[in-house]
Design a protein around this ligand. Structure first.
Ligand code: ABF
Length: 233
C-alpha cells in the first residue's frame, strides 16, 4: 500500500463483502499469470478481485499490469501498488468487469457507474472477458430492472433524444449528478441519457451507436463473455 495521498484514500464503502463475491474475487485472482496485462472494469467484485490480485503480486512477485476503465479504478490500483498501463502501450490478455443485467444470450446492460465507453473499448480489445454478477442481475429480458445508458456529447442531447425516441425509447432521463444539482458529467466530459425501451432487439446497440452525438451505450450485445456467478449461498 502506497504511503502517500493516494495510499491514504478510503474505499471502504465500495467494498461490500458478501461471501459469494469474495469467492469469485479469489477465483479471478487465481487466473492471473506472470506477465499478464489485465483489463479492469468496475463494480464491487472488481474491487475485491483487485485486493486479492495485489496480495498475489506481493507474495509471488508477479509482474502484471492493469488497464483500468475509470479514474476511480486507476486510483484504487495505484493505492494497492498494482502497476498501470494504457491501450497506447498494450492490449489486455483478459479482463474482468461487472454488469447490471445479463439475459439468457449473455447480452448485457452495463454503465451504472457511467464508464461504459471505456468498458466497451476494453472488452473490444480483449479476447477473454469474465463478467461477475450475482443472481439479482440475471433477467429473462434486458431492460427489466435497468434502463439503457447512453453517453452523449452535451451539445447533441436534444437531437439524440429525438433519435432515441424514434428507435423506441419510451422514457428518457438525463442522469443527475450524485449529491449535487445538475447532470452527471462523465470522465469524457459528456452526459448520460438513461433510456427505457419497450423491447430490446439485437440491432439496438448498433442503431444507437449510429446516431451522431452518441459516444457509446451500455448495451453489450454478442460480446464473448464468460459469466461468473457470485451467489450468496
Ligand atoms: C460496472 O460495474 C458497470 O458497468 C456496472 O454498472 C457496475 C456493476 O457493479 P456491481 O457489480 O457492484 O453491481 O461493471
Amino acid at each position: 500500500m502506497k504511503n502517500n495521498l493516494i495510499g491514504n484514500l478510503q474505499w471502504s464503502s465500495a467494498i461490500i463483502n458478501p461471501e459469494g463475491k469474495q469467492k469469485v474475487a479469489r477465483q479471478i485472482a487465481g487466473k492471473v499469470k506472470d506477465g499478464d496485462i489485465l483489463g479492469v472494469g468496475s463494480g464491487s467484485t472488481v474491487y475485491l478481485a483487485l485486493v486479492a490480485i495485489a496480495e498475489r503480486i506481493k507474495t509471488e512477485s508477479l509482474n502484471i499490469k492493469a488497464i483500468p476503465t475509470s479514474l476511480e479504478i486507476s486510483l484504487f490500483c495505484s493505492k494497492l501498488g498494482i502497476p498501470l498501463t494504457t491501450l497506447f502501450e498494450h492490449t489486455p490478455d483478459w479482463l474482468f468487469d461487472g454488469a447490471d443485467e445479463v439475459d439468457p444470450n449473455n447480452w448485457l446492460i452495463k454503465g451504472r457507474g457511467g464508464a461504459m465507453f471505456k468498458e466497451k473499448l476494453l472488452i473490444s480489445s480483449s479476447p477473454v472477458n469474465y463478467i461477475i454478477v450475482d443472481d439479482s442481475k440475471m433477467v429473462s429480458r434486458l431492460g427489466t430492472n435497468f434502463p439503457v445508458p447512453v453517453e452523449v456529447f452535451p451539445q447533441a442531447l436534444l437531437t439524440v433524444e429525438k433519435q432515441l425516441r424514434k428507435l423506441g425509447a419510451t422514457d428518457i432521463s438525463l442522469r443527475p449528478a450524485k449529491g449535487k444539482d445538475g447532470p452527471i458529467i462523465t470522465e469524457n466530459g459528456n452526459m448520460i441519457l438513461d433510456c427505457k425501451f419497450g423491447r430490446i432487439e439485437g440491432s439496438l446497440e448498433r442503431d444507437i451507436k449510429s446516431i451522431t452525438g452518441v459516444i457509446e451505450s451500455g448495451l453489450f450485445i454478442d460480446y464473448p463473455v464468460d459469466i461468473l456467478m457470485a451467489s450468496n449461498n
